[in-house]
Design a protein around this ligand. Sequence first.
Ligand code: P1T
Length: 385
Amino acid sequence: MTANEHRFATRAVHAGQEPDPTTGAIMPPVYQTSTYVQEALGKPRRGYEYARVQNPTREAMEANIAALEGARHGVAFASGLAAIEAVVKRLSAGDHIVSEENTYGGTHRMFTQVLARLGLEFTFVDSRDPDNVRRALLPNTRLVHLETPTNPMMRLADLRAIAAIAHDAGALVAVDNTFATPYNQRPLELGADIVVHSSTKYLNGHSDVVGGVVVTNDEQVATDLRFLQKSTGAIPGPWDCWLILRGTKTLHLRMEAHNRSGQRIAEFLERHPRVEAVNYPGLPSHPQHELARRQMCGFTGMLSVELGSLERARKFAEGTRLFALGESLGGVESLIGHPALMTHATVARERRTAMGITDGLVRLSVGVEDPEDLIEDLDQALQRV
Ligand code: P1T
């Protein structure tokens, strides 16, 4: 039985890793090298020639994350955005992409301000209704890019329904699974073709690396991504790969805590008189709670709350002591942020507001501290609002 056939927690600890062939070291070494000595002209040892193209530490991390998503192939990049860019760069000028409108702000900026300039065409839709995706499809649509749950509104896309629609039209489906993680949701099992991650977040989990990864079971997509990885060069360094690999070993343990505390804090905030609305798929009040229960097995530590005005949001976000004010998410420590002024500042104001990213919206990344302490912290900050 290979590590890939085991259950999730066993895969998290073992997949992609064998004892080091030289010493038996149980941890894959950090192969901090740019090149490999060749035995003779045109005769590399064990296939390793140059570190942009191959690195054993990177390969271990790629194989580990692929196994967690139930994929045969994993291809790592220097950041989540570089991973998403590679998926889109498989296409050519004149090709059309349908994208969920409420993605991470940086994804939207890359699509509209970089890739659209190079001749790729984008249509942005509210993918909560699969018919919106269907209506946006064009004869030249090659890719549907989804994010579920979305950053920061926690909207969901029905992956089975949208995969069927896209495949009928000959388009592939890529899912940004950064918020959910493979512990809570495995898009490939629901019909998606490609999964992308900002491994900066939950996969690494310790707020000390920026990274990205793409996984797939599609042989052609995997070949194309490997080609792009070596040809465009946005690769992660071996030390960052090693840190991410250390992070994924405890993904299941951390996600249990994030899921549990996320749910408790969402319930606490929903009852709080100073909070107008809570966006969290684990709450029965979430408009897509039934879908969440069907396609996810946990609801993460991410949530957003509406406080009604910029002034109130500012007092809350600046008033916490344990929740640190900062961009990013998914680390062991709790973070608080203001999407309109931070992660989604580059999205046009009207578009932002139409999606619910108001000046009163605050986003929480619930860490793995004691949830009682976190609730007390949020409560004292809300008293200032
Ligand atoms: O930062 P980077 O590793 O390049 O990942 C970009 C990215 C992609 N997808 C999602 C869903 C993300 O949330 C991000 C990055 N997000 C933040 C930095 C943030 O604070 O939301």
